[in-house]
Design a protein around this ligand. Structure first.
Ligand SMILES: *Cc1c(COP(=O)(O)O)cnc(C)c1O
Length: 360
């Protein structure tokens, strides 16, 4: 099976084996050793020197945690919305009683740092800016470094980043760039089982969190203290932690720079290959994501039909477009444990299905 959705992603054998281990007490020494192995290996992935927080949750839980710890109801946030996950971040903020303004970006495009600058110059009173680093619904990577620079230069806002489908596949230098909370998960480029929301938090964001959290469970202060002692606040997804420890070992072996280059190379191969089969890359030139490719199908076959045949005839599992693109777009995930063979198989399968449909 070639699982090429935007997550969960396939597990390397070493990760599957680690995740299948017997339970231990999460307060025991062996489990503390696991956390102490995980934490330093996460630092370069975020580009931070602060140990990240390890919540047992999905990415959405991590996004909610970022908002509820650093902001109070009524505070103003600017949500950069370039797709479905940008919409979700804004929605969680509204749900939490924040005063949300939107910076809408057409689907398929990356946010323009100039547009953001103009918006912040017009209105600099935001307490936070929300951005999706890699928008999985459109296959677009937003220019996080430039976004962070503009936010720093034009405002005092915290920058909260959904890096769920980028971290460990696309470089992030949060300390250097000045991002404040960067959220990712275990089940995407980190090629581990679902279960962990991992949040890297700046000193500024920890200060903002001093007021306490509106959520009892997602509490930055308590989790920071727990992680410092090699544990977590409440019972963690133990198997996912073991899986993540093994996955981080594999990333270390390959070298993080090589991991990033592999993602770039495979993304290009996927994009070019699909274009040569008559599909159109949905992401604007220069904005295509290294971890997920979105393509528009040629006139004719519905995305549901193509997807079904990829699955049933070739065991290739891809994702469909979202909303109005549901029947026109397919999205191919290539993050985490993926190589030339898997992308080659995707291209062969697409070629065969499309040719078959077109020849009637
Ligand atoms: C997958 C994804 C999420 C949501 O993750 P869940 O773990 O399903 O809650 C959020 N943002 C982006 C960009 C994603 O790709």
């Amino acid at each position: 099976m070639n699982l090429r959705i935007s997550g969960p992603t396939p597990l390397p054998p070493e990760v599957r084996e680690a995740a299948a281990r017997q339970m231990v007490s999460h307060r025991s020494e062996p489990f503390r050793a696991c956390i102490r192995a995980i934490v330093p290996r996460l630092l370069p992935i975020f580009g931070t020197s602060e140990p990240p927080l390890l919540f047992t949750a999905s990415g959405t839980g991590g996004m909610e945690a970022a908002l509820l710890n650093t902001l109070d109801p009524g505070q103003r946030v600017l949500a950069i919305r370039a797709g479905m996950f940008g919409d979700r971040f804004a929605e969680i903020a509204r749900h939490g009683g924040l005063d949300v303004s939107d910076l809408e970006v057409p689907w398929g495009q990356a946010v323009s740092p100039d547009d953001l600058r103009k918006r912040l110059q017009r209105d600099s009173g935001f307490d936070a800016v929300l951005v999706t680093h890699n928008e999985s619904s459109t296959g677009v990577c937003n220019p996080l470094e430039q976004v962070a620079r503009v936010v720093r230069e034009e405002s005092r806002a915290l920058l909260l980043v959904d890096a769920v489908s980028s971290a460990a596949g696309i470089p992030i230098e949060m300390d250097l760039w000045g991002a404040d909370v960067v959220v990712t998960v275990s089940q995407k480029a980190l090629m581990s089982p679902p279960g962990l929301a991992i949040l890297a938090v700046s000193e500024r964001a920890f200060q903002a969190a001093e007021k306490g959290s509106a959520s009892y469970y997602f509490d930055f202060k308590k989790m920071r203290e727990a992680v410092a002692e090699g544990t977590t606040t409440y019972t963690p997804a133990v198997s996912s932690f073991y899986g993540l420890e093994a996955a981080l070992g594999l990333i270390d072996e390959e070298g993080l720079g090589n991991v990033y280059r592999r993602h770039e190379r495979l993304a290009l191969k996927c994009r070019k290959g699909l274009e040569s089969l008559g599909m159109e890359c949905f992401a604007a030139a220069g904005a295509a994501s290294p971890t997920i490719t979105s393509v528009l199908l040629p006139e004719g076959p519905s995305a549901t039909k193509v997807r079904d045949r990829l699955e049933s005839e070739h065991a290739v599992f891809v994702a469909q477009g979202r909303r109005e693109y549901k029947e026109r777009m397919l999205r191919i995930g290539h993050m985490g444990w993926v190589g030339d063979q898997e992308i080659g198989a995707v291209l062969d399968a697409f070629g065969s299905v499309l040719q078959d449909i077109q020849s009637g």
